[in-house]
Design a protein around this ligand. Structure first.
Ligand SMILES: [Zn+2]
Length: 416
């Protein structure tokens, strides 16, 4: 098993141009005394939208690590893979996020559920979790109901893990994700899920449940902060309990997906980590692509012109672009400016509309979310887009580094 450090942070780099600028943010954090492992994540869906290959993610990250002489661990995450999509990631990834959300709710056979329940008498007893005052009390029926709902998903995770081990060996990090589903998982459900995953002998180091509240792409958390804090804290305790009692790796920790731009959650997460000593993995992706657009807009000239064109096209194709992300965006179309209006914007006006500074009156979360899901429009422009990134490297890199450091890493990991 390859050990994932206590603190890790996932960055997406859709066009494989920003690895150095992203790494610079981790360097600034390390200089401030906190080493966090960068994990470059890209899903099969993102590769297929852009037409890229998994090897390009490792190549870009490795080049950045070599150029900047990053001396700490780093990883390449095959994000949201399934049995039918994992193969092309085997060679270049050392972190695998096994997505079994689609199998949640498939009914497990009664006999298997019964065997699980009788083999886990401890789950039917009051469980006092370290670090939290309340006691879980799950009836046998409740354990059976949860096991019935999640057993087949956990078995599928086991099958995908064995496939990875056969093709790649076991010197990898394994995460299981259940976030892309409708219902959040409660802490007691997480406990049963971890017991089920342990039965599959998965060397699980991170688990991504679906948390309560909305995790929309590229904008802040929408939900009850006190409830999230309670749930996150209970989930941390559940992970610690499961690692100790079910033989899962000691490094087991929570993974927060769609974690970019969740500014109101970062103080909550930071407090919980400080209080419990737990670790966390937090994934971001499209936030970096938006910084590329902001940098091109700020650069003016051809850069601004392309940013405006991308917006105009996205506005024309809003249904098509939003469809795959319907559950993770909330766009009020009445608040999207017309293409004509945006063509009249200066570079700094355009940048201010999408840069995630909610206190700026020019900030428009609807424009930001639409552009967040519009990266395949930039991909369509091919080298016109990537040549402009190269020509404006400095100004783009500055946006990328500042966004990751100032708005993400520092509030999450530095108390200041
Ligand atoms: Zn996810």
């Amino acid at each position: 098993m390859k050990l994932l450090p206590r603190l890790s942070f996932g960055v997406g780099d859709r066009f494989a141009h920003e690895a150095e600028a992203q790494l610079a943010a981790f360097e600034r954090l390390a200089a401030a005394g906190v080493v966090v492992a960068p994990v470059w994540n890209k899903s099969n869906r993102e590769h297929s939208f852009i037409g890229s290959e998994p090897a390009s993610v490792r190549a870009a990250a490795a080049a950045a690590v070599a150029t900047r002489k990053w001396p700490h661990p780093w990883f390449i995450d095959a994000d949201h893979i399934r049995l039918e999509t994992v193969d092309r990631f085997l060679e270049s990834s050392d972190f695998f996020t096994i997505d079994v959300a689609d199998s949640i709710g498939k009914q497990a056979p009664d006999a298997d559920v019964k065997a699980f329940v009788s083999g886990h008498a401890e789950l039917g007893k009051p469980i006092a979790l370290p670090g939290i005052t309340k006691v879980f009390r799950l009836s046998e029926d409740a354990v059976a109901r949860i096991a019935r709902k999640y057993m087949l998903a956990c078995r599928e995770a086991g099958a995908i893990w064995r496939h990875i081990r056969k093709g790649r060996g076991d010197d990898v990090v394994v995460e299981v994700s259940m976030d892309e589903t409708d219902e959040p998982q409660t802490p007691p459900e997480l406990l049963v899920i971890l017991a089920l995953l342990a039965e599959e002998r998965i060397p699980l180091q991170t688990i991504a449940p679906k948390f309560t509240g909305r995790f929309n792409k590229g904008v802040d958390y929408v939900g009850d902060l006190a409830q999230f804090e309670q749930e996150f804290s209970d989930d941390v305790a559940v992970c610690a309990f499961a690692a100790r009692n079910y033989g899962l790796p000691e490094s087991l920790k929570l993974s927060v997906h769609s974690g970019s731009d969740k500014f109101s959650l970062y103080p909550v997460i930071r407090r919980t980590l400080a209080r419990t000593g737990a670790g966390v993995h937090l994934k971001t992706a499209g936030t970096t692509w938006l910084e590329e657009v902001i940098g091109l807009a700020e650069a003016g000239g051809d850069g601004l012109a392309l940013a405006q064109e991308i917006y105009a096209y996205a506005l024309d194709h809003v249904d098509e672009l939003c469809a795959p992300y319907a559950t993770v965006i909330d766009i009020d179309r009445a608040k999207l400016p017309t293409a004509a209006e945006v063509y009249g914007w200066s570079g700094s006006r355009f940048a201010a509309a999408i840069r995630h500074v909610p206190t700026n009156p020019a900030f428009n979360p609807h424009v930001r979310q639409l552009l967040h899901v519009a990266f395949k429009v930039a991909a369509k422009h091919g080298s016109r887009y990537t040549d402009l990134l190269a020509a404006n490297r400095e100004i783009v890199a500055r946006q990328v580094t500042e966004n990751i450091f100032e708005r993400h890493l520092a509030p999450l990991f530095l108390s200041r």
